[in-house]
Design a protein around this ligand. Structure first.
Ligand code: C5P
Length: 235
């Protein structure tokens, strides 16, 4: 599977998304894009259909976490939207993850990639210990959840590029690492703490980088996207 750059479409409305994507109209390579909860809840499934009609691959970042039957049926709906990648919380357990895979599988046997969120980067070790009552160290918990996802048959995890090597070591080279926290070396970090350039993410073994503001807030988003592709995919 080739490496790719995923642009996070963190816009509040469908119209802003379409205006942004119009700028890529002349590109032969239509960017792979990520649609998150804010946009999905605001604009609904139609935004996914329209972005797909425009020829983009879509990562639906909706992080499902519910009882297995509900997740299975919901994933089946998302698969019907022709999403290319979906995700869920590994904390829902193996039965939920296996049910999600079943729900995603279409009649012809194809399905979107399924990626697990391990522990959110906003969860500190202190919160994990004191609120969630998970006594193990945070990094061990993250790796354990990654293994659980791999054993359930999922395709990969969301993680930092700095963890990509460890994830591949533990779960195999083919287990995908989808990595946010990307910044160009000449730009500000924004609210991200641990950041990596696209070139460094490639070096560290990331399979997909998720890039938001360095592209969406750039003066020339198409040029910024091309720069990501050049650095990360080597094209
Ligand atoms: O604008 P920026 O490049 O920081 O956007 C990164 C994207 O990746 C956002 O959509 C953010 O929600 C998502 N993300 C993240 N860190 C995680 C998981 C997801 O930045 N641990």
């Amino acid at each position: 599977m080739g490496k790719d750059v995923i642009i996070a479409l963190d816009f509040p409305s469908a119209n802003e998304v379409y205006a942004f994507l119009d700028r890529f109209g002349g590109e032969s390579r239509k960017p792979f894009v990520k649609i998150g909860m804010e946009l999905f809840y605001a604009a609904g499934a139609e935004v996914v259909r329209e972005v797909k009609r425009r020829g983009h691959k879509v990562f639906l970042d909706l992080k499902l976490h519910d009882i297995p039957n509900t997740v299975k049926r919901s994933m089946s709906v998302l698969s019907g939207l022709d999403a290319d990648m979906c995700n869920l919380h590994a904390g829902g357990g193996s039965a939920m993850m296996k049910a999600a895979l079943k729900g995603l599988t279409r009649a012809d046997g194809s399905r979107p990639l399924l990626i697990a969120v391990t522990q959110l980067t906003s969860t500190s070790e202190e919160v994990m210990h004191n609120e969630l009552w998970i006594d193990r160290p945070l990094d061990e918990t993250v790796m354990h959840y990654a293994s659980l996802a791999a054993d359930a048959g999922l395709d990969g995890v969301v993680c930092s590029p700095l963890e990509a090597g460890k994830v591949h070591e533990r779960c195999g080279k083919k287990f995908l690492t989808v990595t946010p926290g990307i910044r160009f070396d000449d730009a500000s970090k924004g609210d991200q703490v641990r950041v990596t350039t696209p070139a460094k993410a490639r070096e560290l073994g990331s399979d997909y980088i998720v890039v938001g503001r360095p592209v969406t807030a750039a003066e020339d988003p198409v040029a910024a996207y091309r720069r990501c592709v050049a650095e990360f995919c080597g094209e």
